[in-house]
Write a protein that binds this ligand. Structure first.
Ligand SMILES: [Zn+2]
Ligand SMILES: [Zn+2]
Length: 140
C-alpha cells in the first residue's frame, strides 16, 4: 500500500478512466490494467447472454457451434472428453467423440466472428434445464 494511484494501463498504456483508477483490475502480477485488457486476458463473452464472465473451467463443459465445422453440425454440444478440438496451422475442428449434441443453437445466440463459442455457467444450466424438460415432454 501507499503506492500512487495508477494512471495508465500497464499492458496497453491507455489512460485509465476515473472508475478504473479507483478500483483497477489487476493482472496476474498484480499490476493495474484497463477493463479492455482484462476482458481480453481473463474473460470471455457468453454467446447467449452477451455478458463478460471470468474465465473458468466451466466454459469448457459446453460449446455452441454456429456453422458446420468439418462435419460438426450447428448446435449446442456437451463436451464429454478433452481435448475436444484440434487447432493446427492449417486447420481446426472438433473431435466427434468428445462432443454430444444436446440441442439446436438457441435464438439470439451469436458470437460475432467465430464458428463456435462459449457460454457462461448460468446459460449452460438453462440449456440443460430445457434439455431435461424436452426429454420429459417427448417421452420414450
Ligand atoms: Zn489496457
Ligand atoms: Zn450467459
Amino acid at each position: 500500500m501507499g503506492e500512487t494511484t495508477p494512471t495508465n494501463c500497464t499492458k496497453c498504456g491507455v489512460e485509465l478512466d476515473e472508475e478504473e483508477r479507483e478500483d483497477p483490475r489487476l493482472d496476474s502480477d498484480g499490476d493495474p490494467i484497463c477493463d479492455d485488457c482484462y476482458r481480453e486476458d481473463y474473460q470471455f463473452m457468453c454467446c447467449i447472454c452477451q455478458d463478460f464472465h471470468d474465465d473458468t473451467r466451466e466454459k469448457h463443459s459446453m460449446i455452441i457451434v454456429f456453422e458446420d465445422v468439418h462435419g460438426t453440425a450447428p448446435g449446442v454440444y456437451e463436451i464429454i472428453a478433452h481435448p475436444y478440438y484440434y487447432d493446427c496451422m492449417i486447420d481446426a475442428g472438433f473431435y466427434d467423440w468428445a462432443l454430444r449434441r444436446i440441442g439446436d443453437v438457441p435464438d439470439g445466440a451469436e458470437d460475432g466472428w467465430a464458428a463456435a463459442g462459449h457460454m457462461c455457467l448460468g446459460c449452460q444450466e438453462k440449456i440443460r434445464a430445457v434439455e431435461l424438460s424436452s426429454i420429459k415432454v417427448t417421452g420414450i
